[in-house]
Design a protein around this ligand. Structure first.
Ligand SMILES: C[S@@+](CC[C@H](N)C(=O)[O-])C[C@H]1O[C@@H](n2cnc3c(N)ncnc32)[C@H](O)[C@@H]1O
Length: 212
């Protein structure tokens, strides 16, 4: 199946959307996505290597779940979401969070191979250019490291496929693309190697793991 032609959000549209979302994000989206987030972080915790990059860290909902021996750098485009992540780090004294930086995940300032692991939770369908996000994560993760995503991908068929297509024009207001396909994120040769597993609720989200 060819990649679905999802409507791209610009970086400014992302910032505007998440300025609005920041205050209610944890309440509205926190619980439906919590299982996927927990699965992704549990996988990060099982993997070797300490240096972890979390892209699109948002309000930092995942930060308390990392093992103490993982050193976390979180980045996000949205000042408003990051502000909440910083408050969480302070409130919960999360000493293994090294940095929370306002930075574009598609073009970071990190050196090649700096991280052991990169993880993006519910961000791949939000970034303006998912293919650039993947290329950037490949650049900053060392050979032998790992790249993980948890995300919603458009259903291949059935009622959900039609509902998601109908919802697609609302991308700008939602701040993500209901019609986002995994092929928009991963080139075919990477998709063949990727391990994917559906996660709750109802297999609505997918955990994707790739060895770099
Ligand atoms: C749906 S939220 C997910 C937040 C968090 N990962 C979670 O699990 O709750 C998407 C986040 O990605 C951020 N984002 C979108 N595009 C980005 C980009 N190009 N670089 C960095 N962050 C980005 C948004 O600002 C927002 O905070």
């Amino acid at each position: 199946m060819p990649p679905s032609p999802h409507t791209a959000l610009s970086a400014d549209a992302v910032k505007t959307a998440y300025r609005r979302w920041a205050t209610v994000y944890d309440t509205v989206f926190g619980s439906i996505s919590s299982f996927g987030r927990r699965c992704a972080v549990a996988e990060v915790n099982r993997l070797p290597g300490k240096k972890v990059l979390e892209v699109g860290v948002g309000t930092g909902l995942a930060l308390p779940a990392y093992n103490q021996d993982k050193r976390i750098t979180g980045i996000d485009l949205s000042t408003d979401m990051l502000k909440r992540a910083k408050q969480r780090v302070e409130r919960q004294n999360l000493v293994n969070v090294d940095n929370l930086l306002e930075m574009d995940a598609e073009a970071t300032s990190f050196e090649d191979g700096y991280f052991d692991i990169a993880v993006g939770m519910f961000v791949a369908s939000v970034v303006p250019h998912p293919d650039r996000l993947f290329a950037e994560l490949k650049r900053v993760v060392r050979p032998g490291g790992h790249i993980l995503f948890v995300n919603h991908f458009i259903a291949q068929k059935g009622i959900r496929y039609y509902v998601e297509r109908i919802m697609a024009p609302a991308s700008k207001a939602l701040g993500w693309h209901p019609d986002f396909s995994i092929e928009s994120l991963l080139p075919p040769e990477e998709l063949r190697k990727a391990r994917t597993q559906p996660v709750q609720p109802f297999g609505l989200f997918t955990l994707v793991s790739l060895a770099r």
